[in-house]
Unconditional design. Structure first.
Length: 210
């Protein structure tokens, strides 16, 4: 484990790859959507991209691996894209966030509310961890603006996901530090948010309710 990684992680915390101005979130798409998006550097470049539906993005690389099965789970999620947003836009999503728990209320979607779920974080090998990772649901009413205006850059990271799976199959005991050094896992750090967002998204909770 890297030296700067705490041995105890707060129950709900946003850990992400970010620099001074941008933060990276992930989503998986079909090949037609991904190819067009990378070429045009615009997520909605393909007519197969449907802005009229909720899109869930994740700052956690490991959770993206879990959701998409390292890109092998479903042809509709066969390409994993790293989407960079400015800190300002990312915080704007969180500020509009409403906590949700599984079954979604379509009325909220129509109202344009951003959904937030806290799901069990995963290791690169997809083992469940005791703390939670944030998933952000961008509603239909906002997804077109998000896709066209809020994304700074788009990178196809599918091969990295597949190389990670291969590395874990070849050496199940490989350390997180080694995976980071090999560029197969990004170095994710806690991303600070204002107290108002922490309260709104119940990030001050110390332990599970159940």
């Amino acid at each position: 484990m890297p030296e700067d990684t705490p041995t105890t992680v707060p129950y709900r915390q946003i850990r992400a790859r970010y620099d001074d101005t941008t933060i990276t979130v992930y989503q998986a798409y079909s090949a037609t959507i991904a190819d067009a998006a990378v070429a045009a550097q615009r997520l909605s470049a393909s007519p197969d991209f449907k802005p009229g539906r909720m899109t869930w993005v994740k700052p956690s690389w490991a959770w993206m691996m879990y959701r998409a099965g390292y890109s092998y789970k479903d042809a509709r999620q066969a390409r994993i894209l790293a989407l960079r947003m400015t800190h300002e836009r990312f915080l704007a999503l969180l500020q509009r966030g409403v906590l949700s728990h599984g079954n979604q209320d379509t009325a909220r979607d129509k109202a344009g509310e951003v959904r937030v779920q806290w799901d069990p974080e995963r290791t690169p090998g997809l083992e469940r961890l005791p703390h939670r990772s944030i998933q952000i649901g961008i509603p239909a009413g906002l997804s077109e603006q998000w896709a066209n205006e809020w994304i700074v850059s788009i990178e196809d990271v599918t091969q990295t996901a597949r190389d990670l799976k291969k590395a874990l199959e070849e050496d199940a005991d490989v350390s997180l530090e080694a995976l980071i050094e090999r560029g197969l896992v990004p170095e994710e750090r806690p991303f600070a948010v204002p107290d108002s967002i922490m309260t709104k998204l119940d990030m001050t909770q110390a332990e599970p309710n159940t």
